[in-house]
Design a protein around this ligand. Structure first.
Ligand SMILES: [Zn+2]
Length: 95
């Protein structure tokens, strides 16, 4: 997938990324950084630090530990909201 740019500095991009991650089954990998940058905050992940990778059909992003916790939490909330909406729709259908 393409590179995600974050020159706006706002939270809009991150929300779009989280939505894209929450909308598909997403695998998470943890590993040692090879000196790349976090794709959300742009900070360099030092080679001896852990980096996290979210991967699904829509996109793959590499983040540092701080952003990992934020994204994981926001993904859980987005999934919960989606499930609540699906449950509501189901109740309406079954009467
Ligand atoms: Zn980050």
């Amino acid at each position: 997938m393409g590179v995600i740019t974050s020159d706006s500095g706002g939270g809009g991009d991150r929300r779009a990324i989280v939505r894209a991650l929450a909308s598909e089954p997403t695998k998470t990998f943890a590993g040692l950084s090879q000196g790349g940058a976090c794709m959300l905050c742009g900070e360099t992940i030092k080679p001896d630090e852990v980096e996290y990778e979210f991967e699904n059909a829509a996109l793959t992003i590499t983040v540092d530990v701080n952003c990992y916790e934020t994204v994981a939490q926001e993904m859980a909330e987005a999934r919960r909201a989606a499930e609540a909406a699906a449950t509501a729709a189901c109740i309406r259908v079954t009467g």
